[in-house]
Design a protein around this ligand. Sequence first.
Ligand code: CA
Length: 235
Amino acid sequence: MSGNTILVIEDEADIRELLAFSLERAGFTVLEARDSEEALRRLEGPLPDLLLIDWMLPGMTGIDLARRLRKDPLTAELPLIMLTAKSEETDKLKSYDVGIDDYVTKPFSPRELVARIKAVLRRTGAPEAGQLAFGPLVLDTQSHRLSVGDDNIHIGPTEFRLLEFLMRHPERAFDREQLLDRVWGRAVYVEERTVDVHILRLRKVLKPFGFADWVQTVRGVGYRFSPPADSAGSR
Ligand code: CA
């Protein structure tokens, strides 16, 4: 089972392991980083759904990391939860100034932490793992299947990720650079033309089912997923 992805940034190995264990047991997919620099490297790939950041990190502190993420348009809206020690009351307040979504004090109860994470994910509108559906078109992020009614549609991994991203943001136009950042990840060097190639492949996959024109070209911008209004998108 793979749920929302949480990036845990904590330098103390035993706490990091406890966090990973608790979150995985709650159904989350967990990525780990030992410090801010490692976290930033990880964020060059596909983005997680939420970051759990320890305040006290060697090098760049958790709060400086949070500040930096908020300034970058790519990560500005990533939900952040800060882990703090009990004595840092005033620091907690400061953390709200940089846009922390919530904080959890150590020692924490795993159950409480999971509840806070779920609350933040709901509040910030992070997509839940599971099914994305528009009319009969259903994309299942857990089984990695695309289907129309009872038919499974054969789709390549890149087209799947591209369609998943577009289905999570219907009616929004994205330029090629944004799609490269969000679907391929910043660390990968690919030309913008690559996006066009995969959009064409995606349309080809959808065409026999009559959904090719849901993936629209927006002149001068890029692409948009635009299902008919009566397909009533669901998450
Ligand atoms: Ca620490």
